[in-house]
Design a protein around this ligand. Sequence first.
Ligand SMILES: *Cc1c(COP(=O)(O)O)cnc(C)c1O
Length: 227
Amino acid sequence: MNEIPQRLAEVRRRIRAAAQAAGRRADEVALLAVSKTKPAADIVAAYREGQRQFGENYLQDAMPKVDALADLAIEWHFIGRLQSNKAAEISRHFAWVHGIDQHKHAARLSDHRPMQAPPLQVCIQVNLSGEATKGGVQPAELPALAHVVAGLPRLRLRGLMTLPSPTTDLATQHAVFAQLRGLLEDLQHRGLELDTLSMGMSADMEAAIAEGSTMVRIGTDIFGARG
Ligand SMILES: *Cc1c(COP(=O)(O)O)cnc(C)c1O
């Protein structure tokens, strides 16, 4: 039995409820369905329910699905760790990249973005206290990186992303997300036109939406646990 339609409806209901509780409109919060490790059939099941934005972490896992589903109007987001030798292929096949943390990677993505495609939409990943992985730029280095990334010709810097370590402590969840929002506001005051806070996953999306998330990245609660 395929439970994806019901799970997706429940995630959408939670987004609406969290937005309403925060005095925000539900359409201010985009839903990125994280389909890493899941088969193409699961993506099709969510697509049939109107889902269009899908996130993948591993290029080798993603490419067969990107190719198989090329006829669907899917917007693919790369949310995994970047490696220089993968940048060209990522830049050709994805619409968004969320994990920029080095000028070198951003420059390669820009260099390889096909001329007939629109600019690649990117977010800079920030390493806040308690970040689960080693990825992400330190807050002190963010303004300098943001300015060089914003200046790359084939990229469009949209905002910031963070990947906190899992915690059930609500105060900690809120504090980390509020910190990312503060960093975005600081960059906006420095003159960068940014509109995206990519933050919130299955276990902490309510706190993220309360703190201003404009894009939650949800895997488990749509597609089930990963094996
Ligand atoms: C796997 C992953 C998600 C989704 O996490 P869930 O807890 O399954 O919702 C979101 N963002 C990133 C960067 C991920 O790697």
